[in-house]
Design a protein around this ligand. Structure first.
Ligand SMILES: C[S@@+](CC[C@H](N)C(=O)[O-])C[C@H]1O[C@@H](n2cnc3c(N)ncnc32)[C@H](O)[C@@H]1O
Length: 321
């Protein structure tokens, strides 16, 4: 069991979060109790890391960095490699650089100066991966930064990072899906990044995000888009850029109309970026024979995916409840 109940209690100690604490704890405990053949290996990794002295967690752009004096880098490397693949990051452990597949610092740079500053805000990061961005939200001064992420490996990766840190009481990652969250308006900033296109029902996702937001709260939505007029969406048959579970890629105008329909206000497009091989790259930290962006594109035309769809372009939209 990797959920630290003491840490949970400490995190949920504010009056609003207390209202959702019991349900969040129950769902998380159930999720951690599933049969998953990798859990013994992941647990060994956590035990190895837990035996090490803790250090200060801080930002060394773009790395989330942990500094523990006198630590053997080989021990950390062995333990962290039990938790492959590392999709999100990057992280640094003393001199060891964990170069994850995604260079998360680039996404953060694109939105950092546009969002309402997170200082003293309660923040929800939906589909948080291993919590790289959740930790960055906490580092921006959020009073609480809660990440929810159903994929268990990412919860173990997050726990691995936290087990080496001595100063992270304002963040938590829990194995919960958005649709399982108790519906209470408790968050001042809600992030949904890289999640909408994985949903079968995009309108349901948007309204569930809204239900978690206090009046006037801010939504930061990042998702894949395609060129096209209002009303146009690409619904890939089969895979998109080799991903199986991509349901719908709207045009930007279509996406804005969905947000209007979901009753969001002040809808602003703050960034449109093509995904580059600098941002999504091959790395020893995604394991042997692992593929990345360059393998997902048409080798003779990098403006297309292997399936002949437009190559990945992402938009970031900010709007208010
Ligand atoms: C492409 S990753 C994005 C991770 C991170 N937010 C980022 O921007 O790099 C999408 C994540 O959303 C999670 N996810 C998918 N559906 C979800 C849902 N309904 N509720 C919460 N998380 C979800 C997936 O498990 C996956 O880890």
């Amino acid at each position: 069991m990797i959920l630290f109940q003491d840490e949970f209690k400490l995190f949920f100690n504010d009056s609003s979060l207390q209202e959702i604490a019991d349900k969040c704890l129950k769902i998380s405990l159930d999720a951690f109790n599933v049969n998953n053949g990798n859990i013994p290996k992941w647990t060994i990794a956590l035990e190895e890391l837990n035996a090490l002295p803790k250090g200060k967690i801080e930002l060394d752009e773009p790395y989330i960095k942990l500094d523990q004096s006198g630590i053997n880098t080989e021990i950390i490397t062995t333990a962290l490699k039990r938790l492959l693949p590392w999709r999100k990051g990057p992280f640094m452990f003393n001199s060891l650089k964990l170069e994850s597949e995604w260079q998360g610092g680039l996404k953060w740079q694109r939105l950092q100066n546009h969002i309402t500053p997170l200082k003293n805000r309660r923040v929800l990061d939906v589909g948080a991966g291993n919590g790289y961005f959740t930790l960055r939200m906490a580092m921006e001064g959020a009073s609480k930064a809660l990440g929810i992420e159903p994929f268990l490996l990412f919860n173990y990766q997050y726990t691995a990072i936290k087990s080496l840190a001595n100063n992270t009481t304002n963040t938590m990652l829990l194995p919960i899906r958005l649709e399982e969250m108790p519906k209470l308006a408790v968050f001042d900033s809600v992030f949904s990044m890289g999640v909408l296109y994985h949903q079968r029902d995009h309108m349901q996702h948007l309204s569930q995000l809204k239900e978690m937001m206090t009046p006037g709260a801010e939504l930061i939505l990042e998702t894949l888009v395609v060129d096209g007029p209002n009303g146009y969406s690409l619904i890939p048959e089969g895979r998109y850029a080799q991903m199986r579970n991509v349901h719908c890629l709207p045009s930007i105008e279509t996406l804005k109309s969905w947000l209007v329909q979901a009753n969001f206000k002040n809808i602003q497009v703050i960034d449109i970026s093509k995904t580059t091989p600098e941002e999504q790259r091959k790395s020893e930290w995604i394991g042997d024979n692992a593929a990345s962006l360059e393998d997902f594109l048409d080798p003779s035309d990098s403006s297309l995916t292997k399936e002949g769809h437009p190559a990945p372009t992402r938009v970031i939209i900010i709007c208010q409840n």
